[in-house]
Design a protein around this ligand. Structure first.
Ligand code: SF4
Ligand code: MG
Length: 330
């Protein structure tokens, strides 16, 4: 609710605090148990920062992150340590996130060292169970990360994320570093695990076709804010927010009746700096539909059709007065 992540800018020899990069600037949404929420947008829009903030990998500048009734944003170090097992992360680059000097068994078992007092037999049994779950042969337990392919390394990362039986997993571009031929395998694995273990995912990606495949609902971010949050099919068939419309116009449309009606929208100009976002709507400098009000007043995310949330003045007539976010979203 109202999540903010600002990073201070220091300039000059005296390192004076001269401003903030507003990487995430007031983001609100819900994720339902067992759901996959896709989070999309161009690089630099703040989607990875949202994912990391949800797991409190950063100190949060403002807002609340309530997971199973606990506000993660305000927990002290010990309470946070206790809350960690229920929320985990799968990273983009398995190569960079695995310690090259640790064996696969040590890597996967590391969270057990930190959060349990299990003996080595019990830990190894759990490591084997996890290797089975992600399709890694038990014979590999004493090998090192460099002996594996990218897809296998991502399976190692997933096994480690599962070690403590999390409920919620942030997948940050989990397939972006993989060969296209491997991507579907890893996505299928994530889907299987979700079904079997009842997992809830935030799936961060710039691959709009993959998000269409895996997500139940999708949030589109632009410059630190959510432009639109809609059920997957509704969004891809008929995006409402002008930015979502432009972003999705680049996605190949498999349905020929929809494809004919769709025109590629090329946006003019660059994304403004998050240190100095536009007044009013943050998309007003590039929006083909901008009008006077857009440059003065920031549109809030509001439900404009059942289950569809849009931050745009074009929809403010139909927006439910006073609605501020995704609280009623299903
Ligand atoms: Fe475009 Fe205005 Fe809507 Fe922003 S509020 S997306 S500038 S029409
Ligand atoms: Mg990213």
């Amino acid at each position: 609710r109202g999540l903010k992540m600002y990073f201070p800018i220091y300039t000059g020899l005296l390192r004076r605090h001269t401003g903030d990069v507003k990487a995430v600037d007031g983001v609100s949404f819900d994720i339902m148990p067992g759901e996959t929420l896709g989070l999309v947008g161009e690089s630099g829009c703040g989607k990875s920062t949202v994912g990391r903030a949800l797991l409190r990998l950063y100190e949060i500048t403002g807002g609340n992150v309530v997971i199973n009734g606990t506000d993660i944003a305000t927990l002290g170090p010990e309470a946070l340590r206790k809350a960690r097992p229920q929320m985990q992360m799968v990273f983009q680059d398995p190569q960079a996130s695995l310690n090259p000097r640790m064996t696969l068994a040590d890597i996967i078992g590391e969270p057990l060292d930190e959060h349990t007092d299990w003996n080595s037999d019990r830990k190894l049994a759990r490591v084997y169970e996890l290797m089975d779950a992600v399709g890694l042969n038990r014979r590999f337990a004493n090998r090192f990360p460099h002996e594996f392919s990218g897809g296998q390394r991502q399976r190692i990362g997933i096994a480690r994320a599962l070690a403590l039986n999390p409920r919620f997993i942030v997948c940050d571009e989990p397939i972006a570093a993989l060969d296209v031929s491997i991507q579907a395998q890893v996505v299928n694995l994530l889907e299987d695990l979700q079904d079997k273990l009842g997992l809830t995912y935030l799936f961060i990606s710039h691959d709009l076709s993959m998000v269409r495949h895996i997500a139940d609902r999708v949030a589109v971010m632009y410059l630190g804010r959510i432009a639109e949050l809609s059920p997957r099919d509704a969004l891809y068939a008929r995006p409402l927010h002008p930015y979502a419309e432009a972003l999705l116009s680049a996605v190949p449309e498999p349905d020929p009746t929809l494809a004919r009606a769709r025109q590629r929208i090329i946006l003019q100009g660059d994304v403004p700096s998050p240190a100095n976002p536009p007044k009013g709507c943050n998309f007003c400098t590039r929006c083909p539909k901008a009008f006077d009000l857009c440059r003065r007043v920031k549109p809030e995310l509001a439900e404009v059709e059942p289950g569809r949330f849009v931050a745009c003045h074009l929809f403010s007539d139909t927006a439910a007065a006073g609605s501020t976010g995704a609280s009623e979203a299903k």
